[in-house]
Design a protein around this ligand. Sequence first.
Ligand SMILES: Nc1ncnc2c1ncn2[C@@H]1O[C@H](COP(=O)(O)OP(=O)(O)OP(=O)(O)O)[C@@H](O)[C@H]1O
Ligand SMILES: [Mg+2]
Length: 106
Amino acid sequence: MVTPPDAHDDEHNPLTTKDGWRQFVDALAGALNALAEEKRLPCNEPRLDYHSRLVIVATLSVRNVFTTGRRLVLLNRHQISGRRGLIVTGQAGTGKTTAIAPLNRA
Ligand SMILES: Nc1ncnc2c1ncn2[C@@H]1O[C@H](COP(=O)(O)OP(=O)(O)OP(=O)(O)O)[C@@H](O)[C@H]1O
Ligand SMILES: [Mg+2]
């Protein structure tokens, strides 16, 4: 595991700015490259795993779909007929699938 470098100047270049982020990433890449190969290679798999699990930003729509959907899942639990459904509509690529995906785990 590579820890964030202490050298990052968070006070003048916070991570929320492009310069701060660039400084942080450069310092982190430097720390990673400074590791011997046998220590660096085992970092790759967890890193790829992390990046393939993209974060879902909890927008208002995502939260609404999730709370409504979870309520419906609970109400439908013992329903054999007359199950309640949910229709999510919106323009192409606006996050409909992303919003309903967490319901698989609810
Ligand atoms: N709340 C969010 N947080 C992070 N990424 C998001 C969010 N909403 C959408 N995205 C990203 O935007 C892209 C489009 O989202 P998604 O596929 O869910 O849209 P969609 O409405 O289902 O599209 P389509 O109409 O093609 O079915 C994806 O790359 C998704 O990861
Ligand atoms: Mg979709």
